[in-house]
Design a protein around this ligand. Sequence first.
Ligand code: CUA
Length: 337
Amino acid sequence: MSGHRAGHRRRRLVLLAGSGLVLLASGCAAGAPSTLDPAGTGARRVEGFWWLLFWISVAVFAEVMALLAWALVFRRRPDRRINHSDPIRFVVVAGAGLPFVVLVAVFGVGLRDLAALGKPDRPPAATIEVTGHKWWWEVRYPGVDGATANEIHIPVGEPVLVRLRTVDVLHSFWVPQLMPKTDLIAGKVRETWLHAQRPGEYRGQCAEYCGLQHAHMAFLVVAHPRAEFDAWLGRLAAPAPVPDSDAERRGQEAFLQNACVACHTVRGTAADGTVGPDLSTIGSRWSLGAGAVPNDGGHLGGWIANSQTIKPGNAMPPQPVDAAALPDLIAYLRSLR
Ligand code: CUA
């Protein structure tokens, strides 16, 4: 009977461990940004701490399992090897003393890492102003007139200061491969920094539930070599390109005659709205609607006609654009790079 029950228990343990492994593996879906694949100095520190906690947990788990096995084997054969005067001392040392030492040590390492995450090891090479909106990120570079959205370009190999504000609710700025989360708090300016160690594109995500489209509040951090970054910043500072085809010219006209201009800016035109993202470089951005859909002609047309079907609740109402004018409007916006 008890043998049968032990077998049952073993099977259950195996099942539990197995399902744990499956859960663990499912967290590593390809393409998802992982803290365990760091590309920046901040995330690297977090990764180091994660592995420290992991191996301590493994050691504690192994120790507890070994003790459990030992107890299961020896409990039916009392007073053979157990010295009955020892249990109290054992519980105090292994159950309280040892955990206390380990936890204090981990706390010390955590404090050290927190202090290091607070500021980079050298003065930041650039400053970026990021403002959270429901549900997109406004990105500005002090001294540069232009603005972009849901995309942060940085030079690789240099720490960059990011100043964070929100115009509405709480959001949280998180780039798992570069830096842990920083909350955006109304009425405050929070600071974090990014220091990418290799060029690449790193997905970021709002990590604080902020309403209906919290999941569609993603962004991309693009780390370039310095010269490439400077060239990109130069393009951001310049006025938007002028139309160079008839379709684009008609599209620009349609843009300026419709309600678009009330909320959006295209630098170098009469459009200077500030409610929605600056569209001066919309054609080059990685997505529409902060990661909601890919940035291509079809999705752009759908977004203009009725973005509420793509990202319900966003601030842009459906636009009654003449169907004949829509292809031109798309051509114009696609040319803004
Ligand atoms: Cu912004 Cu969640």
